[in-house]
Design a protein around this ligand. Structure first.
Ligand SMILES: *Cc1c(COP(=O)(O)O)cnc(C)c1O
Length: 414
């Protein structure tokens, strides 16, 4: 493999990606003007189109006031429906199965109201032992809400132990709630196999796709997942705290036995303004909506989803495999003799675009990468540095810079 800087530039000419559609932060340090940005798994970069489309919403509000609900160029009342098709294609669902609303952890709670229903012996919630803290707090608080002891109700397993556990103890499991791609290691789980095993055990299969949506192709409808939720500010590039997404499988739509928390956006659109005291929920995922959509926050999500939709997740995944493979090969060469291990699976089919490195004093490593080399990486203290080459805007030259800079920073210490 050609590991030179010229080699990286050549690869960029042959496989340029979509960088010109994004605002790339200027570098703090190092010889290059732009940051080599590897933190798209934490906060994605801003699509240039966001500003214009957001300004259009502001203009409509200024021009129309309340009439914008019906007369804005994109009317606000049914605004969420403008995002349903692109969100559905992103996660492999029907438009009636996806809705953009709230934030991720709030959505997990709303979904657990319907899909975590402990009964008899079947009370446990299975999560991964390296679950994101918010998910862990959410399921523990759900256990307490049902009067259960979170220490015995929530079972934390290694990702390799889940299938065994379901085969052995499946009749005690009410809900399996796992990250499709683990936030720390970047491991991509076998979503269809685990979903099938959960169902075979009589449990519900829910997925947190915070690190999977916009990173790997998903087929939630076909895989039969019961529900899923994801945020829109990581790979989806819709801005800090962006409005999140939800999937509920069609087979649960219109089921009157499922409890749900409702508000005026849970009722069918046709009679929403009849101002009746009792709701009439539609037989779609929209029944899980509660409030009217925050237009100024939905606008960047709409812009972002359209970018994914026009390029296509399969095209992005193909470029992702090339870029991540290139970064991995560079790291293997430049870090061969150093005290660095890769936590992420080596099989490209078992990971997304993130490589997690275990390295002493990760915080110090990341600070030097940024200040001295203009490389932005993400740290999970004490000893993990995460690098995510994002197929939309990362380049081979970014990967070359990261590998070269890491070798320098870690080499200087030893
Ligand atoms: C990023 C992330 C969250 C964040 O939750 P918010 O509700 O968006 O603040 C939760 N869970 C996982 C797995 C994440 O990766």
């Amino acid at each position: 493999m050609d590991t030179t800087e010229a080699g990286a530039r050549e690869l960029d000419r042959a496989d340029p990606g979509y960088r010109d559609r994004f605002a790339i932060p200027p570098a703090e340090g190092g010889p290059y003007p732009e940051t080599a940005y590897f933190a798209g798994n934490s906060l994605g970069l801003q699509p240039l189109a966001v500003r214009q489309e957001l300004l259009e919403e502001l203009d409509d509000w200024a021009r129309l006031g309340v009439e914008g609900h019906l007369e804005a160029r994109r009317p606000w009342l049914p605004y969420h429906a403008l995002l349903a098709e692109t969100a559905a294609r992103l996660v492999g669902a029907l438009p009636s199965e996806t809705v953009v609303m709230n934030s991720l952890t709030v959505n997990l709670h709303l979904l657990m109201v319907s899909f975590y229903r402990p009964a008899g012996r079947r009370t446990r919630i299975v999560i991964e032992d390296s679950a994101f803290p918010s998910d862990s707090y959410a399921v523990r608080s759900q256990a307490r809400f049902h009067g259960l002891d979170p220490d015995t109700t929530v079972v934390r397993l290694g990702t390799g132990q889940v299938l065994d556990y379901l085969a052995r103890e499946g009749d005690t499991v009410a809900l399996v709630l796992l990250g499709g791609v683990n936030y720390l290691t970047g491991e991509l789980l076998d979503v269809p196999a685990i979903t099938a095993a959960a169902h075979a055990a009589g449990a519900v299969a829910g997925w947190d796709l915070a690190h999977a949506a916009g990173n790997v192709p998903l087929h939630l409808h076909e895989w039969g997942a019961d529900f899923a939720a994801w945020c829109s500010y990581k790979y989806l590039n819709a801005g800090p705290g962006a409005v999140a997404g939800v999937f509920v499988h069609q087979r649960h739509h219109g089921d009157p036995s499922l409890p749900r928390f409702e508000g005026w956006w849970s009722t069918e659109e046709a009679t929403r303004f009849a101002m009746e005291p009792v709701s009439r929920p539609p037989s779609t995922v929209e029944a899980w909506q509660v409030s009217n959509p925050p237009i100024l926050a939905m606008s960047p999500v709409r812009t972002s989803l359209r970018i994914f939709d026009t390029i296509g997740m399969d095209t992005l995944r193909a470029r992702s495999l090339r870029l991540t493979g290139y970064l991995e090969a560079l790291l293997d060469q430049t870090l061969a003799d150093r005290a660095v291990t890769v936590l992420t699976p080596r099989d490209p089919q078992r990971r997304g675009c993130q490589l997690s490195l275990r390295v002493d004093d990760a915080g110090q490593v990341a600070r030097r990468l940024r200040a001295d080399h203009g490389v932005c990486a993400d740290v999970r203290n004490p000893d993990v540095v995460r690098l995510a080459p994002v197929p939309l805007y990362s380049t081979y030259h970014d990967c070359w810079r990261a590998a070269t800079a890491l070798a320098t920073v870690i080499g200087d210490r030893s």
